[in-house]
Design a protein around this ligand. Structure first.
Ligand SMILES: [Zn+2]
Length: 471
C-alpha cells in the first residue's frame, strides 16, 4: 500500500536558521532540545514531564493513597521509584464505557551507570567503574566528555547516628536527591591505533575493562577526588547509602545541517517520543477536544532491559492506575466491571524507528525505508515483535491523515532480526488494541543519536489529534 503524499507545508517549513524575534515562539525542535537537556536520566525525565504537566494545571496523585477521580481533572501519578509517570485527563464518562486514549513511551536509554563501590585507581589516574544499561553502542562512549547525573539516597539518622526506622512500615526512612553534574567530569579515552593496528577491522570493546571512566589524573588520594566530586554535585558522598548514578554525554543536543533539519543528541530513544506525547497531550487541552473519554500518557522506565521492573511496562503499574480510575470514576456503576474499559481503549506505543541510512542503504527493504523528516513511522512485524495489527495500523494511518501528516511504513528485512518495544507488552497487560509507531532516526543507542526536526512537530500534531479526538 502506498502512503498518501499529501503533507501540510508546516511539516517542511525548515529553511535557513532565522534568529528568533522577541516574543516569537521557538520551533518545536528547539523546545524539545531544551527539555531534553533537563532529562539526563529517567529520574530527571519524570521531573521534566511533571513540571510541564504542572504548568498546564496537572496536580499529583499519590500512588499510595486513594485516587479521588473527578471528571475534567488533570492528574499525574509518579511511581514510587521516580522513574515512571502516568498523566491523566479524566473524562466525563466512565472509562468503563468511553475507554482510554493511551500513549506509551519509555524514559530510559542505554547508558553507563556506576557500579557499587565504583572507585578505582591505576596507572596514575582515578576511575569510576561502570556497568551498562541496555544495548548501547560501546564505541560511541569513547573520547566523549561525560557528565554525571542520577539520584542519591541516604537514610535519616537519630542523634546517635543510627538509621531511623519508620513507625508503621519499620523500614529506614530514606531521603532521595537528584544530582545533575552538568559538566565534563569523566572521559573514556580510546587506545591509540599505534598500540592496536587491527582496531579498525576488529576493535571489540570489552565492557568490563574498556568502559571505565577517568575522573582525575595523578596519584592523589581517592577520597580527595570524591570530595571534589561531592562538592561539585552538592552532595556529601560519605553520607550516601545508595545511588543510581549515570554517566551521560556532556555534549548538549543541537541542530545540525545547512538547513538545521537534524537534531543530534543523546536519548532521542525514547525521550523524543515522551516529549511528543507530552506536547500532544498538552496541546489537546488548549483547543476543541473530546472530553468524554479519559486521556492517558504513560512513560515507563526499563524498556531497554525488557520492562520487567516494578515500574516497567511489564509491571502492573499502568493496569493498576487504569483500573483504579475506572472503579473510582463517579459515572461508573456498581454493577460495572472496571476491566470493561480495556475493550473500549486504544493505545499508541511510541518508540523510535530506524531511518534508512545513506551509507548503509541495503539494511532496509526499499518499501520499508523510512526517511528522516518525512513523517512518523508505522512499525509492523508478523512475529509480533510489534503490537501493530491490520486494524490498529489502519487507525493510526487514519489519524495521520486527519492530522495532515505523512506516514511511512517499516517492516524489518526478513533475513534480519526485529527489535521490540513496550507495544506487545502493553497489549498483553491490558488486552487492549495497540499500534507501534515511532519517528525515524539514525544511530539508535549511540551516545549521540540523530532525528529530524520537522518529524518532531509532525508527531506532536498526530498525538494532539489522537488525544483531542478532533482534527
Ligand atoms: Zn526505545
Amino acid at each position: 500500500m502506498a502512503r498518501a503524499k499529501s503533507v501540510k507545508p508546516v511539516a517542511q517549513a525548515l529553511g535557513a536558521a532565522a534568529p528568533l524575534l522577541a516574543g516569537q515562539e521557538p520551533e518545536p525542535a528547539d523546545r524539545y532540545i531544551q527539555w531534553l537537556r533537563r532529562s539526563p536520566t529517567p529520574h530527571h525525565a519524570v521531573v521534566a514531564v511533571t513540571e510541564r504537566l504542572a504548568e498546564n494545571g496537572f496536580e499529583a496523585w499519590d500512588y499510595g493513597a486513594r485516587l479521588p477521580v473527578v471528571p475534567g481533572e488533570r492528574r499525574y501519578v509518579v511511581h514510587p521509584d521516580g522513574k515512571s509517570v502516568i498523566a491523566v485527563v479524566v473524562g466525563e464518562r466512565s472509562p468503563v464505557r468511553a475507554g482510554y486514549a493511551l500513549v506509551g513511551a519509555h524514559t530510559d536509554s542505554p547508558d553507563l551507570r556506576l557500579r557499587l563501590n565504583p572507585l578505582s585507581q591505576s596507572a596514575g589516574v582515578t576511575q569510576l567503574t561502570t556497568q551498562f544499561h541496555g544495548g548501547l553502542i560501546r564505541r560511541a562512549w569513547l573520547d566523549r566528555p561525560l557528565a554525571l547525573a542520577g539520584a542519591v539516597y541516604h537514610a535519616l539518622r537519630d542523634k546517635h547516628g543510627r538509621p531511623r526506622l519508620h513507625e508503621i512500615t519499620g523500614l529506614p526512612v530514606m531521603v532521595k536527591r537528584l544530582v545533575h553534574l552538568d559538566e565534563p567530569v569523566g572521559l573514556i579515552p580510546d587506545l591509540a591505533i599505534h598500540l592496536d593496528r587491527e582496531k579498525n577491522d576488529k576493535g571489540a570493546i570489552n565492557p568490563q575493562t574498556m568502559l571505565n571512566a577517568i575522573v582525575a589524573s595523578g596519584d592523589g588520594d581517592a577520597n580527595a577526588v570524591l570530595a571534589r566530586l561531592a562538592q561539585r554535585a552538592g552532595v556529601d558522598f560519605a553520607e550516601l547509602d545508595g545511588f543510581d548514578l549515570h554517566f551521560v554525554s556532556a555534549q548538549a543536543p543541537q541542530r545540525v545541517g545547512l538547513d538545521r533539519s537534524l537534531v543530534v543528541g543523546a536519548r532521542h530513544d525514547d525521550l523524543a517520543m515522551v516529549w511528543c506525547a507530552l506536547e500532544g497531550l498538552v496541546a489537546s487541552l488548549h483547543g476543541r477536544s473530546n472530553t468524554v473519554r479519559t486521556r492517558v500518557a504513560a512513560f515507563f522506565d526499563a524498556e531497554e532491559t525488557g520492562s520487567l521492573t516494578s515500574s516497567g511496562a511489564a509491571s502492573s503499574f499502568l493496569r493498576d492506575v487504569l483500573l483504579r480510575i475506572a472503579r473510582q470514576h463517579p459515572d461508573t456503576d456498581s454493577r460495572d466491571d472496571a476491566e470493561q474499559a480495556f475493550a473500549h481503549s486504544f493505545c499508541i506505543s511510541a518508540d523510535m524507528a530506524h531511518a534508512v541510512h545513506p551509507n548503509y542503504a541495503d539494511m532496509h527493504d526499499k518499501n520499508h525505508a523510512p526517511r528522516i523528516n518525512q513523517g512518523p513511522v508505522l512499525k509492523a512485524n508478523a512475529s509480533d515483535r510489534y503490537a501493530t495489527t491490520g486494524e490498529t495500523g489502519a487507525v493510526f494511518a487514519a489519524l495521520c491523515e486527519a492530522a495532515e501528516v505523512r506516514l511511512q511504513d517499516y517492516v524489518v528485512k526478513q533475513d534480519m532480526a526485529c527489535g521490540t518495544t513496550i507495544g506487545p507488552i502493553t497489549s498483553a497487560q491490558l488486552a487492549t488494541r495497540v499500534v507501534d509507531v515511532g519517528l525515524p532516526m539514525w544511530a539508535m543507542h549511540s551516545a549521540a543519536e540523530t532525528c529530524g526536526a520537522s518529524d518532531l512537530a509532525d508527531m506532536v500534531e498526530v498525538m494532539r489529534v489522537f488525544y483531542a479526538g478532533r482534527a
